[in-house]
Design a protein. Structure first.
Length: 219
């Protein structure tokens, strides 16, 4: 399955179905507490990673943070940023959204703060972040790596992994597991659709949401 085919499949799913599939396989992936701020769209794509850290004690970089990731990204990729320093400093801003959208990047997911949300909203560029701020990264945080493994929430994310993000959560899927996860997630979606149709047809919710639901991930 090509990366484009994977992303097409992910775009037909949602974060909850993918999280359930990971649960069935006893794999990590779901991250809570990261919210979407600039659009109402679900996004999915292959991951390009960035790690940011405290600027203190590090030489200043001539290159602005996240620009290397934007230039490395293929159309449809998603940039994922680790900024877990605890410093209130933006990991992403308006000009980065312009550059990323021009490159065809599908969106950005940040474990940390973002800013210029109004600009990203005007661009209809999806920004998911832990928090928002007006405070610049300048003199506070710097980029320490691009396309190296990072940690988002309690999940280790590797370049080339996949991510889906929507109003419920952000969920990462290791590239090596993507085929199995998609197969199970699609089965879960089909079964939940059948349950919804049964409810709309008037079947008692206690029957529809009974044992079959509770044991769905074990079958």
């Amino acid at each position: 399955m090509t990366a484009a085919e994977v992303v097409s499949c992910l775009n037909r799913l949602d974060s909850c179905a993918v999280s359930d599939a990971l649960d069935k396989l006893e794999l990590p992936g779901a991250v809570t507490g990261i919210s979407r701020f600039s659009t109402d769209r679900r996004i999915a794509g292959r991951v390009v990673t960035v790690k940011l850290d405290r600027a203190e004690g590090r030489p200043a970089s001539a290159r602005h943070l996240c620009t290397a990731a934007i230039e490395a990204a293929e159309p449809g990729d998603l940039i994922v940023v680790e900024q877990r320093t605890g410093i209130d400093a933006a990991s992403w801003g308006g000009n980065l959204s312009i550059g990323a959208k021009h490159r065809g990047v599908a969106g950005v997911v940040i474990d940390g703060p973002a800013r210029d949300i109004d600009e990203s909203r005007q661009l209809e560029f999806p920004v998911f972040a832990r928090t928002i701020t007006a405070r610049t990264a300048r003199g506070r945080i710097v980029e320490v790596s691009t396309n190296e493994p990072i940690t988002i929430g309690d999940v280790i994310v590797t370049p080339g992994d996949y991510v889906i993000a929507d109003g419920s959560a952000v969920v990462f899927i290791a590239a090596a597991q993507i085929a199995r996860v998609l197969e199970i997630a699609e089965s879960i979606v089909a079964r939940e659709k059948a349950m919804a149709e049964a409810l709309l047809a008037g079947q008692p919710i206690s029957l529809v949401m009974g044992a079959s639901y509770e044991h769905m991930l074990k079958e």
